[in-house]
Design a protein around this ligand. Structure first.
Ligand SMILES: O=C(O)CCC(=O)C(=O)O
Ligand SMILES: [Fe+2]
Length: 264
């Protein structure tokens, strides 16, 4: 397997606030995942349960949440070794605990005609932003991202700015598109200014957003509350590593659940 977690990519990430890992999974695999996303989207839509991203006034941004619970293919790729090596490095600190948790794992579906997102950061924190990353994302291209179909747009080096973009920054001339082929993954620093682009094509643009957070920032690491939304079926199937990044058993000490007979 190709090694993406290397000095060159770490340097790019530190300097620019993001790095594109080219062809982490095969085209074939990304097709399988895309088919799965579309199946889930259609069935949630038919049942009137489709998630509409409320900030898009045109209602053309759709999400499918809690992918961990919805298919083994998603459980498999969120444990991708290279991506997780990156996360372990991004959230590195001296601790015996798991350094990061999965915060949410969703599909982002941009329908044709979808307008661009507001420029934003992914770390819901007060300003000034801290020196260290509290959140980081993996954006998995399940379609080729091209200049036309809503490729993620970023402002390189903005992760160092310590504040969030304002309305006027939407027009910043240095914003660039992350172009790449299906199967590539963009790793973004949680303080990087970015947005999904405008989809001017006639096809959907599909990405998976695997969002991670420092384990000490529990609210942020709980964008999806895994202790509530992962069911017994998935827990039975989950590997020890998947349980670790979901925070299963976190905070449970020997004896925590023991209740004395004479409790009052
Ligand atoms: O799908 C994308 O290109 C990025 C989406 C994003 O940044 C977000 O939803 O926070
Ligand atoms: Fe974002």
């Amino acid at each position: 397997m190709k090694k993406f977690f290397n000095t060159k990519n770490k340097k790019i990430f530190s300097r620019y606030g993001y790095v594109i890992l080219r062809n982490v999974i095969s085209k074939k695999k990304s097709k399988v995942l895309k088919r799965k996303v579309l199946e889930l989207y259609e069935s949630e839509r038919k049942n009137g349960k489709s998630y509409n991203y409320k900030f898009d006034k045109n209602n053309k941004t759709k999400r499918v949440w809690n992918l961990v619970n919805k298919s083994k293919e998603f459980r498999e790729i969120i444990q991708n070794k290279e991506v997780n090596l990156f996360m372990n490095w991004i959230f590195d600190r001296k601790t015996d605990h798991q350094k990061y948790f999965l915060s949410s794992f969703q599909a982002n579906i941009l329908l044709p005609g979808c307008s661009k997102q507001k420029l934003h950061i992914d770390s819901p924190l007060p300003e000034p932003l801290p020196e260290w990353p509290i959140k980081a994302n993996s954006i998995w291209m399940l379609d080729d991202f091209n200049i036309n179909n809503g490729a993620t747009e970023v402002l390189p080096k903005s992760h160092k700015l310590k504040f969030k973009p304002k309305k006027k920054d939407d027009k910043n001339k240095n914003i660039i598109k992350c172009i790449g082929s299906a199967g590539s993954v963009i790793i973004t620093h949680g303080a990087l200014w970015h947005r999904s682009g405008e989809n001017l094509s006639s096809e959907k643009r599909i990405a998976l957003l695997g969002c991670f957070a420092a384990s000490y920032a529990m609210e942020i690491a709980n964008e999806e509350n895994h202790s509530k939304i992962i069911d017994k079926f998935t827990l039975k199937k989950a590997s020890p590593f998947l349980k670790k990044i979901l925070g299963v058993g976190h905070g449970l000490k020997t004896g925590s659940r023991i209740v004395p007979k004479n409790r009052n």
